[in-house]
Design a protein around this ligand. Structure first.
Ligand SMILES: C[S@@+](CC[C@H](N)C(=O)[O-])C[C@H]1O[C@@H](n2cnc3c(N)ncnc32)[C@H](O)[C@@H]1O
Length: 268
């Protein structure tokens, strides 16, 4: 499998002009605060990440004051990956998690970096190579994973689930590809501790788009980020979705007052 052999984002979707509202499937979904035809979401999300890919890592550091590194370190720690494990990094983007897992699984294990977006995946693959890791990098949709059942010991999705059109389908797919006893870790923005909401809103809706415009020339993508966080399920709702997808012993950890949460569940 190669990244270029796999479908590009939005290839399955008919051209936008051919779509009656709310879409041929009749289903709508959120794109930030907008309600759009389900068929359009993948294209719009692809637009966001292709636009910001070249400055994605810098923006992560600036936006989170470097905290995203600690959140990811905590997630990797919880994953408890061992020598010889097979790890699937879904929506892996510029490969922060894959880079952390690679030395842990060693020569006898394997880490697969995957993402639906060619621009993000290319940056991730290049970073892996620059750091001396030749891992498989596969362009694929989390909702249709090109892997057989029971293939992985550990699956991770960091800041990816929020952008997916059918989150339930993606969770069911992660469950399918995990071996029995394997674990899923979802690191995602979540619901902040209520007293901090006004300050967080100010930061998200004023500072983020301003910073996005300054650094990437694209305020809209960072407006989408702020809106998509507000539309994402709460800690408890995501826990329930993971249980509905078949995961057992699902727990979660709030980090930075709930700005983000790490959910963990097992294929029992
Ligand atoms: C915010 S980035 C996260 C990248 C990386 N995991 C990190 O934590 O820095 C979200 C990623 O999700 C990817 N993504 C969105 N929808 C996806 C889907 N349906 N399947 C796979 N990846 C998807 C995007 O292309 C993007 O690279």
């Amino acid at each position: 499998m190669t990244d270029t052999a796999l479908p590009s984002p939005g290839n399955d979707a008919p051209p936008a002009a051919a779509l009656p509202s709310p879409g041929q499937s009749g289903q709508t979904t959120h794109f930030g605060f907008q309600d759009i035809a389900e068929e359009l979401k993948q294209q719009k999300v692809a637009g966001v990440f292709s636009s910001v890919a070249h400055k994605y890592d810098l923006m992560n550091d600036l936006m989170s004051f470097g905290l995203h590194r600690l959140w990811k370190t905590f997630t990797v720690h919880l994953a408890n990956v061992r020598e010889g494990d097979r790890v699937l990094d879904i929506a892996g983007g510029t490969a922060d998690l894959s880079l952390a897992f690679a030395p842990r699984v060693g020569e006898s294990g394997q880490v697969w970096l995957t993402d639906i977006n060619h621009d993000m995946l290319t940056r991730g693959r290049d970073r892996l190579i620059d750091n001396g890791h030749t891992l498989p990098a596969v362009q694929c949709d989390a909702e249709k994973l090109p892997f057989p059942a029971n293939s992985f010991d550990c699956v991770t999705i960091a800041f990816g689930l929020r952008n997916m059109t059918r989150k339930e389908t993606a969770l069911t797919e992660t469950h399918r590809v995990l071996r029995p006893g394997g674990r899923l870790l979802v690191l995602e923005f979540s619901r902040i501790w209520k007293p901090l909401t006004p300050l967080y809103d100010l930061y998200s809706f004023k500072l983020l788009p301003w910073l996005g415009a300054k650094i990437t020339g694209d305020a809209d993508s960072y407006r989408y980020l702020a809106e998509s966080i507000r539309m994402h399920p709460s800690q408890r709702e995501l826990q329930t979705s993971m249980e509905n997808a078949g995961f057992g012993k699902v727990d979660y950890f709030n980090l930075s007052a709930g700005i983000v949460a790490v959910h963990r569940g097992y294929k029992i």
